[in-house]
Design a protein around this ligand. Structure first.
Ligand code: ADP
Ligand code: MG
Ligand code: MG
Length: 877
């Protein structure tokens, strides 16, 4: 028969799935011989059964009764017995901690008779007994009976007046119990249940039910905790911190969760119970002061904290209670910590000999590293908050508000810090986004253009601040309360919290970035990051390259540890003043005119490539030939139509408009772009390949790799490849020629495509769009939030690679590509290359490298190291 109940002596910390975190760790502490009040745990299995069937599983009540019997025998008291009652707490405890999300009821077993028995146990302490009783009704009323907790709070406040709860005497507390009972009667139409076993039974079910309380559901969604785990329930013999001043309750960390420093970090409250410490009903005292109050318990506690750290080999947090000079442990778990503390603690534990450096690398993660790389606002500074948007890309940025990309570039060029403010951004704003310290939009979510691009650049961004009325025409925005910010006014935006401030808030730079930029590690945190990064690098199998199009990005990527460029886009080489030449190219009516336009572009592109090769200093540079549809390089159709409709339009304007109309596409993403463009416009790709070859000749050691985008069939690749190979041979330059795999058909026919490709690079942005049939720009704003809410996916497939769908295509392409060409070189160059989970996937599937934005390179290095160490871990197990 199924076993649904485990005594604390039966469990251990590895049983979190079954016993929840709290139960598993209570069992672990019990088995370590620490002073834990006896008790037992009802499993998450029982909860899942209850939630699915609407009733507890057969046999559960019997099993609980047996364990309660045993507990009563051990304690020498029966639950709620009138003259000498045993009291218990009924505590929730899921696999992952969900702080404050679920329910706990203390002092179960009290009623009008047993309250006297409890007083007798405490040497005639009536005050304590009535205090415990009023707490039971309050907690039970709120949690189990669903009564608004404020009703009890208000009654308590009214009685207290300006006194503290400890000033209430027994008579007053007894009166309060009557008041509370009245509230219960009034709110539920029934009397407070006095049968101790009934109290316990109802509390257990309330804990089960709390799994599906709206706030718990919301929390799980945010934290990506699966919805079907259920919670365990712990029944624990009560110990009392509210018996008097020789009693109390506290919480502590075994070291500072903010910095990792060792020491005593905790709070203590005399004559108090349970939640009082965190609820802030009275001022707590620092844990150190316990030494003065009760030295014996204090010393014992420090000893236990050391035992726990050595046993868990990590920072732990704990809850404890002292009952008349006797210390009891009520909870422990590996504690949450800040990103900075995570790195420091990991290396401290290595130095203490508690963990290996391998393990230290697995104890931190890329998200934490990324957090450490953003500048922050000085916490102590005064701020005037004017609005709040979404925290799209972390960091802190201060600058003058500007409302157009051009103005951003202009002011930044004069050495000013600017914040680019737009209703929403589009690819035309790119130059301004690069020039700005931060980006603020009033529309669009965390996956909007502004957010995605900003994250990729490591630039602070607050998006979707809907309270702001942005007028780009009048160059100003209005915030609630009539605050008007005009061009040139200083604002500060916090991409970590989404907050927007008027004026300048002082910013502190990230020491971790300075270290990646080449500064010697000095403080403890940077030294810890340095050690962990070095070890991650030595452990990883994946190479890490950068997506970089400019010499500046290329150079930064080298400093950040990139081993080459995995994606050098060439689009920008057709922009700016060169648009003119693209227009000529499009308008060319003869082969000669077309060639003339291409010939004019070639030296310009050659110069660009030369600079990038120099910056990369002998590391490979994968250059993607032009990818987007041509109309992106031409004037906007509306602007042009207006111009042509008014006087002063030239013949060229009219021709251009005709061309733009001709090139107009319903679905440009699925239209004339990538390799298709190369095949349709003779000489275009050849011009780029020649520019690359000539540049490579000029830079000794240059290692170009030529990458053809959007290939779906080997036939497309073959003719482009032949031409490119011929040009390279003529120039006497060696370069790999390969293709992006970003169309599902390419993945599915990888065996054929590999015949014409020396490398594959998975373009997972397009591959995700095409696999899901999503047009990214359309779907993200339109319904992604809905999809996330409904749990259709837990995270956007553009953020984290969809292993089941897109990942399956990648697996197929890897296997089949390598079957054709065993030395096929494999990489990824979508945004996923810098996403922690996706990096692990790339490692697992056997890619050779990931490529990501320069700013994400350290994250990718760390995660690649963690992925490799996770492998070796399972080998030895
Ligand atoms: P949470 O998960 O919200 O921390 P807990 O189940 O840990 O809830 O309980 C809330 C408070 O009650 C904690 O301070 C805990 O230490 C205390 N508590 C729980 N069980 C007992 C008990 N048997 N005796 C004394 N205090 C208890
Ligand atoms: Mg707790
Ligand atoms: Mg693409």
């Amino acid at each position: 028969m199924a076993k649904y109940v485990y005594d604390f002596t039966e469990g251990n910390r590895n049983l979190k799935d079954l016993l929840g975190g709290k139960g598993a760790n209570l069992a672990e502490m019990t088995n370590l011989g620490l002073p834990v009040p006896p008790g037992f745990t009802i499993t998450t299995d029982a909860c899942r059964h209850y939630l699915a069937a609407g009733a507890v599983p057969d046999g559960l009540e019997q099993e609980v009764a047996e364990h309660l019997d045993a507990l009563e025998k051990q304690m020498g008291r029966r639950l709620g017995q009138a003259h000498d009652p045993l009291l218990v707490s009924v505590r929730s405890g899921a696999k992952f901690s969900m702080p404050g999300m679920m329910e706990t009821v203390l002092n179960i077993g009290l009623n009008d008779e047993s309250v006297h028995g409890l007083a007798k146990q405490a040497g005639g302490n009536d005050r304590f007994a009535w205090d415990s009783y009023r707490r039971l009704i309050q907690m039970f009323g709120k949690t189990v009976l669903g009564i608004d907790g404020d009703l009890f709070e208000h009654a308590l406040d009214a009685l207290k007046g300006r006194r503290q709860d400890t000033d209430l005497d027994a008579g007053e507390l007894q009166g309060l119990v009557e008041t509370f009972k009245g509230i219960v009667r009034e709110q539920t139409g029934k009397d407070f249940p006095t049968d101790p076993r009934e109290q316990m039974r109802l509390a257990v079910m309330a804990v089960f039910d709390s799994w599906n309380a709206p706030r718990a559901i919301l929390y799980r969604r945010q934290e990506r905790i699966p919805a079907d785990l259920g919670t365990a329930v712990n029944i624990v013999a009560m110990v009392f911190g509210n018996v008097g001043n020789d009693s109390g309750t506290g919480v502590a960390f075994t070291r500072d969760p903010g910095t990792g420093r060792q020491g005593i970090y905790g709070d203590y409250l005399q004559n108090a119970q349970g939640e009082d410490v965190v609820a802030g009903i009275r001022n707590t005292i620092p844990l150190e002061e316990l030494e003065r109050i009760d030295k014996r318990s204090y010393d014992e506690l420090l000893g236990i904290m050391e035992t726990l750290e050595n046993h868990y080999r990590d920072l732990c947090d704990i809850e404890f209670t002292i009952e008349r000079g006797k210390l009891w442990m009520l909870q422990t778990r590996v504690g949450k910590r800040t990103a900075a503390a995570a790195f420091c603690i990991a290396t401290q534990l290595v130095d203490q000999g508690l963990i290996t450096i391998d393990e230290a690398v697995t104890r931190v993660n890329g998200d934490q590293l990324a957090q450490l790389m953003f500048p922050r606002f000085d916490g102590g500074a005064a701020k005037k908050k004017i609005a709040k948007g979404m925290n799209a890309s972390p960091g802190a940025a201060v600058g003058k508000a500007v409302f157009s990309s051009e103005r951003a570039v202009e002011l930044a060029g004069q050495g000013e810090d600017v914040i680019l403010v737009r209703r929403e951004t589009n690819p035309d704003d790119l130059a301004g986004m690069i020039a700005a310290r931060g980006i603020l939009t009033s529309r669009g979510g965390k996956t909007s253009h502004a957010a995605v691009v900003a994250r990729g650049m490591g630039k602070t961004c607050v998006c979707g601040a809907e309270e702001l009325e942005v007028s780009t025409r009048e160059r100003r925005f209005t915030a609630p309360g009539g605050v008007v910010v005009s061009e040139g006014d200083l604002i500060s935006i916090d991409g970590t919290s989404g907050e927007i401030y008027l004026g300048e808030v002082p910013v502190v730079d990230s020491a971790v970035v300075e270290y990646f930029e080449g500064a010697e590690p000095e403080d403890e945190l940077v030294k810890a990051v340095d050690r962990i990064m070095r070890h991650a690098d030595s452990a990883r199998r994946l190479g890490v390259r950068a997506n970089a199009d400019t010499p500046e990005d290329a150079a930064r990527s080298r400093r950040f540890g990139g081993q080459g460029i995995g994606l050098c886009r060439t689009e920008h080489m057709f922009l700016g003043e060169r648009r003119q030449l693209v227009e000529d190219l499009v308008l060319a009516s003869t082969g000669e005119e077309r060639q003339a336009a291409l010939d004019a572009l070639e030296p310009l592109q050659k110069a660009d490539f030369t600079e990038i090769f120099r910056a990369m200093d002998g590391n490979p540079v994968t250059i993607r030939l032009i990818d987007p549809p041509l109309h992106e390089f031409l004037p906007d159709i509306v602007d042009l139509s207006v111009k042509v409709a008014t006087d002063g339009a030239t013949d060229k304007d009219r021709e251009l408009l005709a061309a733009v109309k001709r090139l107009h596409e319903q679905n440009p993403m699925l239209g004339l772009r990538g390799v298709r463009l190369g095949l349709v416009i003779p000489g275009l790709f050849a011009m780029q390949v020649r520019a690359i070859a000539q540049a490579a000749k000029e830079v000794p050691g240059a290692r170009p790799e030529i990458m053809i985008p959007l290939v779906a069939a080997v036939q497309e690749l073959e003719s482009v490849r032949e031409e490119a190979a011929r040009i390279l041979a003529e120039a006497g330059v060696e370069a790999l020629i390969g293709t992006m795999i970003e169309v599902p058909r390419a993945a599915l026919t990888a065996a054929q495509i590999a015949e014409a490709a020396e490398f594959f690079s998975f373009g997972t942005n397009d591959l995700t769009q095409m696999t899901w049939g999503f047009s990214r720009d359309d779907v993200e704003a339109a319904f992604f939030s809905r999809y996330l809410e409904q749990g259709i996916f837990g995270v956007s497939p553009f953020e984290t690679l969809d292993r089941e769908g897109v990942g399956r295509l990648i697996r197929i392409a890897v296997e089949e590509g390598r079957s054709t060409r065993p030395d096929l070189h494999l990489g990824i160059c979508g945004e996923h290359g810098g996403d922690p989970d996706s990096v692990h996937f790339c490692h697992d599937v056997g890619l050779d490298y990931v490529s990501c934005s320069p700013f994400r390179i350290p994250v990718a290095r760390l995660e690649a190291g963690r992925a490799a160490l996770a492998d070796s871990d399972s080998d030895t197990r």
